[in-house]
Design a binder for this molecule. Structure first.
Ligand code: MG
Length: 365
């Protein structure tokens, strides 16, 4: 039996992880489920999967429906959980601490939490190369590289659906509502990442994520807009051959690949290329989506900039979702933060949290 722990189990990727586990109950035992707070959903999951432990960030009790509790203050106890693989499906920067702890302790980690990779990139450079990605584009690249071991690579290509505003004019973006930004054409995801996909900042974070996960320089990571979202990632090899990873968009594929390290049977809508007829590809419009450009620049600058970008975005998206700024101000807000900060580069987790705190303190209001 494979022993598995899932942090962020009540979120979008977490719930889809449990969908996969439900099909493979005879192969996997769930050691831990985790969420930020107690909820009906977490209760139902705990009663169904009966994990030995439940991680609840903000919770004081010692037990939760029969499972032993680890909370935010005792997060180090995660390391005592006897688990072959940890999945970090937490949304946003709250996923950083667990990623750090688990990697530092040499645990096997699969993560959908790109913020932790982007923010820990400079301080955990070597450890991050061991991470199994769940982010669909990175999983695609990972799958291709894993099956092409040792073959020299020219570059990798991340595809972007283009988000809900791909065909909108730049001026029309001024009046985007929260509902319109949350209406992603291809993927059903949590709110934060859905807004990030609408601004294309998500793709920028993914470029940085790819840089730290796979160790490619930025000039070897391309972004191509591909509205059908059938190709999730491509690798161009030294002989000019491209290998693409294709399927209907369904997070259960990268999740299942991360858990089993290979291909298990899934009930997925069959891909019919003749019915699809054609696939299209465009260069991203940096004018209309300046955050993609800004993110790649922050990645290239390295040092504190990937962290500043990530935290500024977290604040900006919150402000947008609560109606305090307009959609287009997400960019101007983040640009202001990035151009006005001057902090020393973090050397460890403590430094990093101090940096995050200071950015929050200075720019939240
Ligand atoms: Mg992605």
């Amino acid at each position: 039996m494979l022993k598995l722990s899932v942090l962020g189990s009540t979120g979008s990727v977490g719930s889809q992880t449990l969908d996969v586990l439900r099909m493979y109950k005879y192969k996997v035992s769930t050691k831990l489920l985790g969420a930020s707070k107690p909820s009906e959903k977490l209760k139902d999951q705990v009663l169904e999967f009966k994990p030995e432990y439940v991680y609840i960030e903000k919770f004081d009790g010692r037990e939760f429906y029969g499972s032993k509790v680890i909370n935010g203050d005792s997060i180090e106890k995660l390391l005592e959980v006897e688990s072959d693989l940890f999945i970090n499906a937490v949304s946003g920067i709250s996923g950083i601490k667990s990623t750090y702890l688990l990697l530092k302790a040499g645990k096997k980690l699969a993560t959908a939490n790109k913020e932790s990779i982007v923010c820990l990139g400079e301080i955990l450079k070597d450890e991050l190369k061991r991470v199994v990605p769940i982010d669909s584009e990175h999983s695609a690249i990972y799958q291709i590289i894993s099956s092409e071991k040792g073959n020299p690579i020219n570059r990798i290509v991340l595809t972007a659906s283009g988000g809900p505003f791909l065909y909108w004019k730049k001026e029309e973006l001024e009046d985007v509502s929260v509902d319109e930004a949350l209406n992603h054409p291809k993927w059903s995801m949590g709110k934060k990442i859905t807004v990030d996909s609408a601004t294309l900042l998500n793709k920028g974070l993914e470029v940085i994520e790819a840089h730290y996960l796979f160790g490619f320089e930025y000039d070897k990571i391309d972004v191509v807009v591909h509205p059908e979202s059938i190709i999730h990632g491509m690798v161009e090899f030294a002989d000019g051959t491209f290998i693409a990873n294709m399927s209907h968009p369904d997070m259960r594929i990268p999740i299942s690949y991360a858990i089993f390290g290979g291909r298990e049977k899934l009930e997925i809508k069959p891909l019919n290329l003749v019915e699809l007829g054609s696939l299209s590809f465009y260069r991203p419009d940096f004018e209309k989506f300046p955050l993609l450009k800004l993110a790649i620049e922050c990645g290239k600058r390295g040092s504190i900039y990937p962290v500043v970008l990530t935290v500024a975005d977290e604040i900006a998206v919150d402000k947008f979702l609560s109606g305090n700024i307009k959609f287009t101000q997400i960019h101007s807000f983040i640009e202001d933060v990035v151009s006005s900060v001057n902090f020393p580069e973090p050397k460890d987790l403590l430094d990093l949290f101090q940096l995050i705190e200071e950015i929050y303190h200075k720019f939240r209001h």
